[in-house]
Ligand binder design. Structure first.
Ligand code: NAP
Length: 248
């Protein structure tokens, strides 16, 4: 029996890209996945895909910018499906600009989408986890938050913030059997990197020892590891999935 058999895991931003890959991998490993999308159509599509794959799973609608909606989502999921074992904070966006040109709105949107929901959702799931003396939180950060990236001061600040948040929370709740970790992807083949100009993509790849973009499945496998029994003694850590782009 897989370690994730019968466990309920909430994954944000599960409609596309890395979050979609994570949802399918966790479902394959036996978890009941509740994945979020920002539209009802995408949520229904995800739910149908999960059901076809394993006969379990939910597609839910949330905009993580809306703190009350995030809290409501957790409460309604708990009422419908029981205790949440795992939370994967994956939803994220970029609003790149050089700092001198960066608008307040571009800064604020990144903080509201990439940083604040990590706190809001962790707080919402934590009470049940602490009571059960069992739980896993995995936050998706980025190599940009570790190395910095010109044009991404907002995004890098938010992702570095999530890593600091992760380490602090890991210290708070370790004694209660809850682990909190990050997975930090490098450049992964998703809509986010497809939006980059070809020359920028090529330039980035020249710094990647493995010489290619990562696949969503390669990030998903690391998230599944951190949710599984093999990672029971791993907390406050960041697992880098970057093809060697950044070595610490
Ligand atoms: P993506 O393909 O652009 O997908 C983003 C996901 O986040 C979608 O499911 C999207 O939902 C959801 N989302 C966006 N804004 C949201 C909001 N306000 N509320 C709720 N959901 C929202 O991105 P990705 O490349 O898979 O990235 C996933 C995570 O990995 C992000 O945290 C990103 O920062 C991180 N990351 C990615 C890379 C990379 O190279 N791709 C590298 C490092 C880190 P909709 O479909 O409804 O828009």
């Amino acid at each position: 029996m897989s370690a994730l058999e019968g466990k309920l895991v909430l994954v944000t931003g599960a409609s596309r890209g890395i979050g979609h890959g994570i949802s399918l991998e966790l479902a394959r490993q036996g978890a009941t996945v509740a994945g979020t999308a920002t539209s009802a159509e995408a949520a229904a599509r995800l739910e149908a895909e999960l059901q076809a794959l394993c006969g379990r799973g939910l597609g839910l609608v949330v905009n993580v910018n809306d703190a009350a909606a995030c809290t409501g989502l957790v409460e309604s999921l708990q009422a419908k499906a029981g205790r949440i074992y795992g939370l994967v904070n994956n939803a994220g966006v970029t609003r790149d600009n050089l700092l001198l040109r960066m608008k307040d709105a571009e800064w604020d949107e990144i903080m509201q989408t990439n940083l604040r929901p990590v706190f809001v959702l962790a707080r919402a799931v934590l009470r049940d986890m602490v009571k059960a003396r069992e739980g896993r939180i995995v936050n998706i950060t980025s190599v940009s938050g570790q190395m910095g990236n010109a044009g991404q001061s907002n995004y890098a600040a938010a992702k570095a913030g999530v890593e600091g948040f992760t380490r602090s929370l890991a210290r708070e709740v370790g004694s209660r059997g809850v682990t909190v970790n990050c997975v930090a992807p490098g450049f992964i083949d998703t809509d986010m990197t497809r939006a980059l100009p070809e020359a920028v993509r090529e330039g980035l790849l020249s710094h990647v020892p493995l010489g290619r973009l990562g696949k969503v499945q390669e990030v998903a496998a690391c998230v599944a590891f951190l949710l599984g029994t093999g990672a029971a003694y791993v907390t406050g850590s960041t697992l880098d999935v970057n093809g060697g782009l950044h070595m610490r």
